[in-house]
Design a protein around this ligand. Sequence first.
Ligand code: PFF
Length: 451
Amino acid sequence: MSTQQKSFSSNLGAIMAAVGSAVGLGNIWRFPYTCGKYGGGAFLIVYVCFVFLIGSVLMMSEFIIGRRAQHTPVKAFSSLRPDKKGWWLIGLLGIVTSFFILAQYLVLSGWTTGYVWESLSGSLAALGTSAAPISDYFTQFSTGSWKPALYLVLFSVLVLIVILGGVQKGIENVSKILMPFLVFLILVLCVRSLTLPGAFKGVEYLFSPDFSKLTGEGILAALGQALFSLSVGMGVMIVYGSYIPLGDNIFKTAMWITVCDTLIAILAGLAIFPAVFSCGFDPAGGPGLVFCVLPNVFNSMGSAGVVFSTIFFLLLMVAALTSAISLLEALTATIGEHTGVRRAVGAFIFFFLGTLLGVIFSLSLGSLSHIKLAGLTLFDFVDKLNSIYLPPLCALGTVIFLGWVMPESDVRDEFSNHGNLGVRFYGMFRFIARYVAPIALLVVFVSGILS
Ligand code: PFF
């Protein structure tokens, strides 16, 4: 385990790539509407606790497993405890989850790619400021056949190109450019949003806690969102962990990523809610908040609206791109390790399969909506699988493995870089990984099944 076959070039590169994975549609599309639904500030408090207490510990666990093993998930689990059979299944579960998430993620990413163009070309602006035409437009767009499929393919090709570039020249370099660009875009939008008349109401909504809306369901949603947002419970961070340079401090690296991811989710809230309130729209717009409510908000800003609307959807697309890259990378690296195929071949196989499944999921919202699994359309079925079942189960297996199965000396050794770093937080990390996280994840998983 002394040599690394592939790695990021520096700690900054590792952080940027992992922040790229973590910051995505989860932060800018899902977080604001979930926060709106479950009591604003009340949800935010619970979410932040989960992200730092459980999410970051999971991320450290995945990094430790990946870097220690120097393998992709399936082999990582089996190589760290070769005498204990069957743990590789957790790695496999992670990879299967990554594949389903990739396919579903491509559908949403295709919409955002499409909306960059619809916005730039003035089609969204032409819809005016009443709610019905804008939501009808979105329904027509997302349930159509060729348009969403075309944008989906376009987006997937971008993802493929980056993966073909390799770990350092592709993923790391693209993340180093796109992440600062994303922060710039989001700051521009925050300034615009916060300087609109009556913007303060939106800030209040985001930060002042309404505990009456924070139901048990809301608390579970906060944990699910924390896992999704940090990209843990899918094996992706195990793969990225195997690329972290051997001298890097895993605790600090995971903390940086967690802080950045959380700040960007909060900035997204600050870019969205003040503008929504200022223009008098409904902040609890659900999943349609971004596609149905925001175009309305932009259209009420006059001619500058087109600029801000384009910036917003571009921001969303950039965020989605670096996340989709990490999913395709996990799949590419895994198939490469198991079959020995060249990186380009592996990348192309999963690009093809992911895009194909993505198009099928997309069509299941329109022309294939009659096909049902467990009474749900294929898209809703995979959505349920990706949010309630697979990630919590995989995350649960991961922390149990790290806390109870992997030799403690290996965990400590990796956490402390072979004894070269202090272990001030090690006790807390281990306690959470052994007790707190498994219990919390078990509760989420069981209640997900029962709901
Ligand atoms: N963390 C990403 C987001 O917040 O949008 C989603 C994601 C990316 C989940 C990569 C899982 C993953 F492996």
